[in-house]
Ligand binder design. Structure first.
Ligand code: CA
Length: 226
């Protein structure tokens, strides 16, 4: 059963959507607290997010951007706004589908099904900005090719992608690689980092691992690249 989260502040509309979706066989959750919506969505990790743009406290545009940056969850924007610039802005932020309300429920359901089909089997994928990482197989999808990373390199990259803006500490990496920070062997970590850096360079990735003195490491967009 596919899980859909409805982000809609108008209660009537929210309940109507829930009814339509449940009748169509989906498991439906609702967001009713409109602060930290992106975090809530990432935590729930549904198969699809149905997102209104006009929301209290935060804008749907921002939520869409956050969810797309940190996950491969499809975002379906459903809004009463009907201006072209809004549609373009939503698509620009990575929305996967866009529909203005009111709309026929048959059309809504057909479009949802379509998006879900497009994303079939992609729930394990982490979005990296120009590349994707399957966190189960450590397959890296980049420049229309796929490469299976050695497990340790995949684990390191996974840590970076789940904390895209943060500096990753050595302890985080130790825990990801060896499940403990107890017997810290700096060299073993360096060897794995060096291997991953080489792999990334070989694949022509726009990203590089840089060290942040005294704290750890960060994934940085290479300078000079778009
Ligand atoms: Ca609204």
């Amino acid at each position: 059963m596919k899980h859909i989260v409805v982000v809609e502040d108008e209660e009537m509309m929210r309940e109507e959507l829930q009814g339509i979706l449940e009748k169509a066989g989906y498991l439906v959750s609702e967001i009713t607290e409109f602060t930290g919506v992106a975090e809530q969505l990432l935590k729930i990790s549904p198969d699809l997010v149905l997102l209104d743009l006009n929301l209290p406290n935060s804008s749907g545009f921002f939520i869409c951007q956050e969810v797309k940056r940190k996950s491969a969850i499809p975002v379906f924007v459903l809004t009463s706004r009907d201006q072209l610039c809004d549609e373009l802005a939503a698509l620009d932020l990575g929305a996967d589908e866009y529909l203005t309300k009111p709309c026929k429920k048959e059309r809504l359901l057909a479009r949802i099904l379509n998006v879900l089909k497009r994303f079939e089997g992609r729930s394990n994928l982490l979005e990296g900005g120009g590349f994707l990482l399957d966190r189960q197989t450590y397959t890296l999808y980049i420049h229309n090719r796929s490469v299976v990373l050695p497990q340790n390199q995949g684990k390191i990259l996974e840590v970076f992608l789940t904390e895209p803006d943060a500096v990753v500490s050595k302890e985080d990496l130790f825990t990801a690689l060896w499940g403990t920070t107890e017997f810290i062997d700096e060299n073993a970590l360096q060897v794995n980092l060096t291997r991953l850096k080489k792999t990334m360079a070989k694949l022509g990735m726009d990203w590089q691992i840089v060290s942040v003195r005294g704290i750890g490491y960060r994934l940085d967009k290479k300078s000079g690249e778009v």
